[in-house]
Write a protein that binds this ligand. Sequence first.
Ligand SMILES: CC(C)(COP(=O)(O)OP(=O)(O)OC[C@H]1O[C@@H](n2cnc3c(N)ncnc32)[C@H](O)[C@@H]1OP(=O)(O)O)[C@@H](O)C(=O)NCCC(=O)NCCS
Length: 88
Amino acid sequence: MDRKWWGRGIASRALHLFLLEAGQRSVYARVVHDNLATQHVLRNCGFVPAGTDHGFSDVRGEQVEEQIWRLDGVSRPKGPASPRPGDG
Ligand SMILES: CC(C)(COP(=O)(O)OP(=O)(O)OC[C@H]1O[C@@H](n2cnc3c(N)ncnc32)[C@H](O)[C@@H]1OP(=O)(O)O)[C@@H](O)C(=O)NCCC(=O)NCCS
C-alpha cells in the first residue's frame, strides 16, 4: 500500500472483511518480528500471539525471525470501526 494511505485503518478494515469470509475457521498469520504496524493490524482484528518461527523473507532476501499469530474462529470480535474520525 502506498505510504500516503498508511495509518488510516485501511489494512485493519480490509483484514476484518477478509475474516468475515473465512467463517468459523481458525486463521493463522506470520509476520516479521520487527514489523510493528502489521502486528497492530493483527491485534486490531483479534489475533493473539501464538509462537515464533524462522522463515525466508523474499522482500529482505534473508532468513528472518517471524511471529505466529492466531485467531480462533469461535471468538470473532466485531473488528475495527470504520472509517476513523477525520478520514474524510
Ligand atoms: C503494514 C501496513 C499494510 C498497515 O496498513 P495500514 O492501513 O496503515 O494499517 P492500519 O491503519 O489499519 O493500522 C496500522 C497500525 O499500526 C500502527 N503503526 C503504524 N506504524 C507503526 C510503527 N512504525 N510502529 C508501531 N506501530 C505502528 C498504527 O498506529 C496502527 O495501530 P493502531 O490501530 O493500534 O493505532 C502498511 O503500513 C504498509 O503497507 N507497510 C509497508 C509494507 C508492509 O510492511 N507490508 C506488510 C508486510 S507483512
